[in-house]
Design a protein around this ligand. Structure first.
Ligand code: URA
Length: 515
């Protein structure tokens, strides 16, 4: 053991203590574990600790802060050669180390030791240590999953918002994870909410995203998160309305939404009362008369030959108005997309606008609300317009394809781009809209809109930001679809967004079309 003294501290003849820099110091753990292994220090002889929680280990022996060394200390000798372990062992360590169990380091080192000394272990998935490590990893993954599902942001009108309201408020959430998962889960929230400024406060640490950088800070207290606002009231009303008493499965619900999360979930306040009245409400539903389903799309498809003759989908002799156009588009079955959508989504805005903006097709939100560009892509577009001093009510906003094309995935409806044939079948409605709206110019958002408006394939990235003239003399400017910006990696976003603004500015401030 003498040779070990410069590396580890020996508390007594049999116990070597190791102090890691933090509760999730994987690099430190790996380095120490390799050294211990090289020095033939058996797992039972090692006591693991974290500097930020010096008494974590159940077998702690006295104060450790000054006795031990961490992997980050400069005076450590170089690590010994790598040991060979199954490929998934490192991934297991990465997850297990996030668990709050103080014994996790001991368990992982024991597994490492045994993988090296007991070749049969890798073929024994029922070994008690392996089962325990898998259990810890599962608990960490579940905690991460729950954090993704149960974080609830509330807007806070902070200093930045007061000086630059267009950047939006800071969204703050309070969450109490069971394990040390905040840093590991941060990339998910950065990807998911890259457009807004947010902070997640937890008792152990906090993370703050300012739109370009995530910074970690100390733990916080629940009271530091803002109180509920009007948006939350809306969510609570919505939650109560979508609660279906006939589908209540209390045990399953508690499994998916364990009680320990309830006190931070605003909607949880209703679970007891809604559940208590579920049986009675269900009985009332069974007893009541059937209601007429709200079905806006006629069941019988409009025959293809009517459309092929160039007739509108509904037999009309009078010229279309924007309102009757919507009815006709709704009944259109020139392609299969309309069959599955909730409704046709036609354009909205003033006639004779300086600009008519054409997107690809309605998305999930647009399909439900019957209005174009009200979902995430629309919100980004509204934000850009506001930055340029415009509002969507100044423009006519529509889509090349009028029905939402999607692919069901579980309960979600995933956007599917329309095919060329589908976009071509929908062109009749777009052309009618253009002739009724009489815009000064057209702005094509993305390739589908550009192809529909110009009648040819358009390479958006190389043809963006330029004016083209259509067969009818109308000018068309092509740029990216806002959804393309939303999908962009965070590091490309800022430059892409400001270039997009330039395109929009060009379209909006065009002196030829200004009205
Ligand atoms: N994407 C579009 O192209 N249009 C919408 O209306 C919404 C999202």
């Amino acid at each position: 053991m003498g040779a070990m003294n410069d590396l580890f501290d020996t508390v007594d003849d049999t116990l070597t203590t190791v102090s890691l820099a933090s509760a999730t110091d994987l690099a430190g753990f790996r380095l120490h574990a390799r050294r211990l292994l090289a020095a033939h220090v058996a797992p039972a002889q090692v006591s693991w600790h974290c500097r930020d929680a010096p008494t974590l280990d159940l077998f702690a022996n006295g104060s450790l802060e000054d006795q031990t060394e961490s992997a980050t200390d400069a005076n450590l000798t170089p690590p010994p050669a790598l040991v060979t372990v199954p490929a998934d062992f490192l991934a297991l360590c990465q997850t297990v180390i996030l668990h709050s169990d103080p014994q996790r380091f001991g368990l992982l080192y024991r597994l490492l030791w045994r993988l090296v000394h007991e070749p049969g272990l890798r073929h024994d998935p029922l070994d008690a240590d392996r089962v325990e490590a898998a259990r810890l990893a599962h608990a960490v993954r579940r905690d991460m999953h729950k954090m993704k599902a149960f974080v609830r942001f509330r807007p806070l009108e902070d200093e930045i918002f007061r000086s630059q309201p267009l950047d939006g408020p800071l969204h703050v959430a309070w969450f109490e994870p069971q394990h040390h998962i905040v840093a590991a889960i941060t990339p998910f929230f950065v990807r998911r909410f890259s457009q807004m400024r947010w902070a997640i406060l937890t008792p152990e640490c906090s993370v703050h995203w300012d739109g370009s950088r995530a910074q970690f800070g100390p733990g916080a207290h629940r009271d530091e998160a803002p109180p509920a606002d009007a948006g939350e009231q809306l969510w609570l009303t919505y939650y109560q309305h979508i609660f279906n008493p006939a589908r209540l499965k209390l045990k399953m619900m508690q499994k998916e939404m364990p009680r320990r999360y309830w006190h931070n979930l605003p909607e949880a306040q209703f679970i007891s009362t809604l559940s208590a009245s579920a049986a009675e409400r269900q009985a009332q539903m069974i007893d009541s008369q059937p209601s007429t389903p709200y079905r806006r799309i006629p069941i019988a498809p409009v025959s293809a030959h009517v459309l092929a003759r160039g007739q509108p989908a509904l037999t009309r002799h009078e010229p279309f108005t924007l309102a009757t156009l919507k009815d006709a588009a709704e009944a259109c079955r020139s392609c299969p997309v309309g069959q599955h959508a909730t409704q046709a989504v036609c354009g909205e805005g003033p006639v004779h606008p300086r600009l008519m903006v054409v997107g690809e097709q309605p998305g999930d939100q647009e399909d439900l609300q019957g209005r174009p560009f009200v979902g995430p892509a629309g919100q980004l577009f509204d934000q850009a317009l506001a930055q340029l001093g415009y509002s969507r009510t100044d423009l006519f906003i529509t889509n090349a394809v009028k029905h939402f094309k999607f692919e069901p995935r579980g309960r979600r409806r995933m956007h599917k781009s329309p095919s060329q044939h589908e976009a071509a079948a929908c062109l009749q409605w777009l052309d009618h809209e253009i002739s009724l709206v009489k815009p000064g110019a057209l702005l094509a958002l993305g390739a589908t809109a550009a192809a529909s408006l110009l009648g040819r394939h358009v390479a958006v990235m190389s043809e963006r930001g330029q004016w083209f003239t259509r067969f009818d003399g109308l000018r068309v400017l092509v740029t990216l679809h806002p959804a393309a910006l939303l999908r962009m990696p965070a590091h490309d976003y800022e430059a892409a967004y400001s270039r997009w603004l330039q395109d929009l500015r060009l379209a909006l401030n065009d002196p030829v079309t200004a009205r």
